[in-house]
Write a new protein. Structure first.
Ligand code: HEC
Length: 188
């Protein structure tokens, strides 16, 4: 859970395991820490900042187990949410629709670029590089179209919010526009 926004450089540190455990604990207590900001030590602050991606220009090398965990947990179907078979048009294995990609890229530049980079670094929200490896397509569609419901009910979205400390506003995309952005993400 605590690995979603984690800096790839942090993941490369040899004593990653204990540090990560400590970070997870800190992340869970993020709300408490916010309320007692005056009492926070420098170390805690740094742990929270690192949890959301840092400056990482290094390539995304998240542990495979973390990616798997994220994918499994993300597959929770909730009422009113899009399921895999409701994605129109369906994703074609090994084939990318370039017309949809360019529409998706335009939407990204107007509505998402201010908060999301195309690399691994965080701006306000997480960078999008490799996102298709970490998330299912339906999870991404729901995050775009049902942002508030996801932030209120989905454990993975909530974990991200706790780490990023900013709530993503719903960008009011149509289903088709969200699908175009998803196709664009497949190229990242
Ligand atoms: C005002 C800043 C902001 C804008 C604009 C924004 N987002 Fe986000 N987004 C966030 C934040 C912050 C998160 C992390 C979740 C949270 O804290 O709410 C996020 C998370 C996401 C995620 C999940 C990322 C992951 O790694 O799993 C997706 C997908 C996403 N946003 C898509 C979009 C799309 C598509 C757009 C444009 C149409 C967009 N966002 C515009 C701030 C933003």
């Amino acid at each position: 859970m605590g690995l979603i926004c984690v800096s790839p450089t942090l993941a490369a540190v040899p004593n990653f395991e204990p540090e990560n455990k400590e970070k997870q604990m800190l992340t869970k207590k993020a709300t408490v820490y916010r309320n007692m900001a005056a009492g926070i030590g420098l170390a805690s602050m740094m742990a929270l900042v690192a949890a959301c991606g840092g400056s990482g220009s290094a390539p995304a090398e998240k542990p495979a187990t973390a990616n798997e965990a994220a994918k499994t947990e993300a597959a929770t179907p909730l009422p009113g949410m899009i399921t895999a078979d409701q994605i129109v048009p369906p994703l074609e294995e090994g084939k990318i629709d370039q017309a949809m990609v360019s529409k998706g890229k335009e939407i990204y530049e107007v509505k998402c670029l201010s908060c999301h980079s195309l690399g691994t670094n965080r701006v306000v929200g997480p960078g999008w590089e490799g996102i298709m490896k970490q998330r299912t397509p339906e999870w991404i569609m729901n995050m775009i179209l049902h942002t508030d419901a996801m932030l209120e009910t989905d454990p993975e979205a909530q974990a991200m919010l706790e780490e990023c400390l900013v709530r993503m506003p719903n960008q009011n995309l149509t289903n088709e526009e969200a699908r175009d952005v998803l196709e664009f993400m497949r190229t990242l």
